[in-house]
Design a protein around this ligand. Structure first.
Ligand code: ZN
Length: 63
């Protein structure tokens, strides 16, 4: 189970407390605290959900 500060790899992660999705774009990105509740424990959601609507862990100029 990934936690804030870890580098679990690119993909979608979901806060275990409030369900907020956080998307990491690169394998070297660290998980931030939950942007909604500042919880630090996440579950990987990449296998079951698309990153649509997820908040990026960092700002990009793509989109
Ligand atoms: Zn949360």
């Amino acid at each position: 189970m990934p936690h804030t500060g870890e580098e679990p790899g690119a993909g979608l992660y979901r806060c275990t407390r409030c369900g907020q999705a956080v998307h990491l774009d690169d394998a070297g990105d660290r998980l931030p605290p939950c942007p909604e509740c500042h919880h630090t424990e996440f579950v990987s959601a990449s296998l079951t959900e698309r990153p649509r609507g997820a908040r990026s862990a960092r700002r990009l100029n793509e989109d």
